[in-house]
Ligand binder design. Structure first.
Ligand code: M6R
Length: 607
């Protein structure tokens, strides 16, 4: 989704902005622009395409010391130079960048046009510039405050005015905004990756707050002009973590990092003495935990698939009723909040609008919602009633990989805690821990075998359609495999329970539609084999993910990728990694933009 950045300081603003926009590229975008205050006037440069396209129209030296920048992910109006941000008012003295959606822009626009504003773009965002202009009386901060009170929808905005040089004003409702506090320089941005190269001291701006920055100072207030005291927080991520460090793509780096990221997610969270887990951030006493009668998990995309695995696991080992639901659907069905139910909002970014709004809806109804998030300081963990940081480190590629296995890690620990409280004995607890602790090593073995997945990708990446089939705890992994393949390779892929193919999808099977079967050694193995045979009988090509030593599968499938033997409940970790690599290699074969696939955004901050 859109990324925004603002800078005030001694450096040439254009350079800082363009570098910041580069770091925001991962969010997904289709055009970019900057505005810099130079010799009393605003200069605006914006261009459809990538940051390099924007750079190609920038003069060699732009001396301005303050400015704003934007990467646009189109919602209102097609992708072109005019619809790109920043947008200016009629006088050209006010410029704004906006992340979010203004729902009442049509009525505001009509009114402003009647009053003489001339709009250049088709965007909802441009209305903000004209609105502020219509209210401006020499005090930018005041007019921003007045303007945002007339907006309906979501926004993270940064505004500048040529008559108030060296000042930027930011405001937030529903879209993230962070203030970076530097030494003699200040930043505003939609996320910390844009500014981490300059400062690690940040202040998270909340909904309803307005922030003003100059090079040396900042102030945060609410819409009624009351000062809001904010705490400076320290970002623990290192700059190297958001760089490729020699890998071809962030996705490759992030897949290969998984042995380490899974290990990190367990660190300090295993209590061998009592054979349980320890998740202090849940903010729940043992009494409160034992009183949980039901768990409901809400999420979107890959995080939803992790939630589905978690629900299966919680029921299986903790005997605790658990379900996972798409956050976007839950929000609009007037959910019933039951007593003694704990909700989890799962989100890598912690900013996904569907998940965030569903969480707020649940909280309004009195639910306790815990976050399972990666990005420290993001909105979901800040607004949740407790939770778990998954600590997978920055995930930059649009396709989520290491966050999935880290989300699983967090839920495996939570399930262990609940199981041990409810009925699981110490010995079983210890053996569960042993199995979980062996996962990173087994994932590393899979990574060592990745050349075989490259060969499979070469063989199958020409397919137009793909099926991914699994059962039980691996059924959500099949869904995840299909999502991964379609989002980065654009090959049409569907995930199903292997049992379901005979209820419809088998009609798709022919010589050119491969099926990827997940066949771990578990109680459903034989059932999956039956489905495989049904596909083979219809001449469908079959690839199987099976367990070392399972020769029977080799006799049925056209190709087999073997994963190391493990405990049956840990196979989701071992099945998903080959699927991630397979998708990655297919996308490479097809020459796709792996890290920034078309039409997608990393952090989906609009509904
Ligand atoms: O940041 P979140 O985990 O809340 O994001 C949810 C989905 O948008 C995300 O998982 C998306 O499906 C990924 N692109 C999948 O790889």
């Amino acid at each position: 989704m859109c990324g925004i950045i603002g800078y005030c300081g001694p450096k040439p603003a254009a350079n800082v902005l363009v570098e910041g926009l580069r770091r925001l590229e991962y969010r997904g975008y289709d055009s970019a622009g900057i505005s810099v205050l130079k010799e009393g006037n605003l200069t605006v440069f914006k261009k459809k395409g990538k940051i390099n396209d924007l750079k190609s129209i920038l003069p060699d030296h732009i001396n301005g010391k303050s400015g704003i920048g934007h990467t646009r992910w189109a919602t209102h109006g097609e992708v072109n130079d005019i619809n790109a941000h920043p947008h200016t008012d009629v006088s050209g003295r006010i410029a704004i960048v906006h992340n979010g959606i203004i729902e009442n822009f049509t009525s505001l626009r009509e009114k402003l046009v009647e009053e003489g504003s001339e709009f250049k773009s088709e965007t909802d965002s441009e209305v903000i510039a004209h609105l502020i202009s219509s209210l401006y009386d020499g005090d930018l901060e005041r007019s921003v405050k007045q303007a945002v009170q007339l907006l309906k929808g979501t926004y993270g905005i940064i505004v500048m005015h040529a008559d108030e040089p060296g000042l930027l004003v930011g405001a937030r409702n529903g879209s993230p905004l962070v203030l970076g506090v530097g030494d003699g320089e200040m930043f505003l941005a939609s996320d910390v990756t844009a500014i981490i190269a300059h400062t690690k001291q940040v202040i998270y701006i909340e909904d309803g707050e307005v922030v003003r920055i100059t090079a040396d100072d900042y102030a945060t207030t609410d819409l009624k002009d009351r000062p809001v005291d904010k705490k400076i927080e320290f970002i623990s991520w290192e700059l190297e973590e958001i760089e490729k460090e020699g890998y071809s793509h962030f996705m490759e780096k992030e897949i290969l990092e998984q042995p380490e990221s899974i290990r990190r997610g367990m660190q300090g969270r295993i209590d061998l003495e009592f054979a349980t887990g320890h998740l202090g951030g849940l903010n729940m006493t043992s009494q409160e935990l034992i009183n949980i009668e039901r768990v409901k998990i809400i999420a979107a995309g890959t995080s939803f698939h992790a939630g589905m695995v978690a629900a299966y696991l919680l029921e299986s080992i903790a005997r605790l009723p658990a379900t996972a639901e798409l956050a976007s659907e839950l929000r609009y069905r007037n959910p019933i909040v039951e007593r003694n139910t704990v909700y989890f909002a799962v989100s890598q970014s912690g900013e996904t609008a569907d998940t965030l709004y569903a969480m707020r809806e649940l909280q309004r109804k009195g639910a306790r919602v815990l976050g399972v998030c990666n990005v420290v300081g993001s909105t979901i963990p800040r607004e949740s009633d407790g939770g778990v940081y998954i600590h997978s480190g920055p995930e930059i590629a649009v396709a989520s990989t290491k966050a999935f296995t880290s989300q699983l890690t967090a839920f495996y620990l939570f399930s262990l805690i609940m199981a041990r409280m409810r009925h699981m004995g110490t010995d079983t607890g210890l053996s569960f821990i042993k199995n979980l602790e062996s996962v990173p090593e087994r994932v590393a073995e899979i990574i060592d075998r990745r050349d075989q997945l490259l060969a499979l990708a070469r063989k199958y990446s020409g397919a137009k359609d793909f099926l991914f089939l699994g059962r039980g705890i691996n059924y959500p992994v099949a869904l995840e495999g299909a999502l991964k393949l379609k989002e980065i390779s654009y090959i049409h892929a569907e995930g199903y329970s292997a049992a379901e193919i005979k209820h419809g999808p088998i009609a798709l099977i022919n010589e050119t539609t491969p099926s990827m079967f997940l066949v771990p050694e578990d109680s459903l193995r034989d059932k999956v084999i039956t489905s495989m045979k049904e596909v083979k009988a219809r001449r469908g090509p079959v690839i199987a993910l099976a367990v070392d030593g399972d020769q029977e599968i080799a006799g049925i499938a056209d190709d087999v990728f073997y994963v190391p033997q493990s405990h049956e409940l840990t196979y989701p970790f071992l099945m998903v990694v080959p699927l991630q690599l397979f998708s990655y290699y297919c996308a490479l074969e097809l020459g796709r933009n792996v890290d920034q696939p078309r039409n997608l955004a990393k952090s989906v901050t609009v509904e």
